[in-house]
Design a binder for this molecule. Structure first.
Ligand code: TRP
Length: 346
């Protein structure tokens, strides 16, 4: 393993709102696993971000369970806590501080343009009453990315605009206060989008946990097959493209889906490709069993590492902005006065 100091940093992650599905796998999880050997990796469990659309007490009470399921899913796809820092966002207070400072550099008009933010408001039925927190979603995400000084951010298409905001904020910060941040690069997987499974409406939308049109990583073989069978030819072609690893076989199937390959053969090919990928995931999950203690330990260890990194960055930010010297100056002046009071005759 290369020395951490020489490896570029990578950061990505998800909101803990439910289990992970095949869309996550093709959109980003595969890349996270593949890049573990070459990058210093951070995987955020973005619980604060869930509050942007789910702030109610009963929704917050679901978090511990969802966080645990998410970590279990991450471990089962092969994210290795020895190589990737898996951490809980709300456990890193320096991120709140950094987010506030970055807000000062963010034009609200820039955020109001974003489809992603408007789509999230629509999905949560709060279009007319978007909170400042939801509008600021991308700024908090930029704080996550920049606190780790991440250079690479593997995300799905819906998050590309947020990485762009992080780039703009990095550049703006550097212009105003001095060079600190390398503007982070987004990275999308080869497969940009996986359609949902189910009825016509479900299939017209991308696979998503909120629509419940997903094949979950925990689905068993029979369930996967039943769901694959709901796909039409176009859907089967998209799945073949996403899951068949061999390039020649993949291209032949995608071409065949337009005409001469039977639907039954497409279903078989897609199912066996999915099974090949899910089998080791299931095996790892079975191995982990219900090791609640192990999962908590991984998350706590990761969060402690993330805190350290975030605190270092925040310190640098405060120094460059002049906030640290302001504070230190006040402390020094106060100490000098206290000394003078204690020994008034020098
Ligand atoms: N916005 C991501 C999602 O859609 C979660 C997230 C929060 C994230 N902070 C991040 C992703 C930083 C990449 C980098 O769930």
């Amino acid at each position: 393993m290369a020395d951490d100091a020489t490896r570029p940093r990578l950061l990505t992650g998800d909101r803990p709102t439910g289990r992970l599905h095949l869309g996550h796998l093709v959109g980003s999880l595969r890349e996270r696993v593949a890049l573990q050997g070459t990058h210093e990796c951070f995987n955020i469990v973005a619980d604060l971000h869930t509050l942007t659309t789910r702030p109610r007490a009963e929704q917050i009470r679901e978090l511990p369970h969802n966080v645990r399921d998410m970590v279990l899913d991450l471990l089962s796809v092969g994210i290795d806590p020895e190589q990737t820092v898996i951490y809980l966002q709300s456990g890193v207070p320096a991120v709140y501080d950094l987010a506030i400072l970055l807000q000062m550099l963010t034009p609200t008009a820039r955020l109001q343009q974003l489809d992603s933010v408007r789509d999230m408001a629509a999905a949560a039925n709060i279009e007319g009453q978007m909170s400042l927190g939801l509008l600021g979603y991308p700024v908090l995400q930029a704080a996550d990315i920049l606190m780790a000084r991440a250079e690479l951010v593997p995300v799905g298409g819906d998050n590309l605009a947020h990485v762009e905001i992080a780039r703009e904020l990095a550049t703006r910060f550097n212009e105003l206060y001095g060079p600190l941040f390398t503007p982070p690069q987004a990275r999308s997987s080869r497969v940009r989008m996986l359609p949902g499974v189910g009825d016509e409406d479900d299939r017209a939308r991308k696979m998503s946990k909120s629509v419940q049109n997903a094949i979950w990583l925990i689905d068993d073989t029979a369930t996967v097959r039943a769901k694959v069978k709901t796909l039409d030819r176009a859907g089967l072609a998209a799945f073949a493209d996403a899951f068949v690893a061999d390039v020649a076989e993949r291209e032949a199937l995608v071409a065949g889906a337009e005409g001469d390959t039977s639907e039954a053969a497409l279903v078989d090919a897609v199912c066996s490709a999915i099974e090949r990928e899910l089998a080791p995931i299931r095996a790892r999950r079975a191995e982990l069993g219900d090791e609640r203690g192990r999962i908590e330990e991984i998350l706590v260890d990761g969060t402690i590492s993330a805190r350290q990194v975030a605190y270092e960055t925040l310190q640098r930010v405060r120094e460059l902005m002049g906030l640290e010297s302001l504070w230190e100056g006040l402390v020094a002046a106060t100490e000098a006065r206290a000394q003078a009071r204690k020994s008034p005759y020098g």
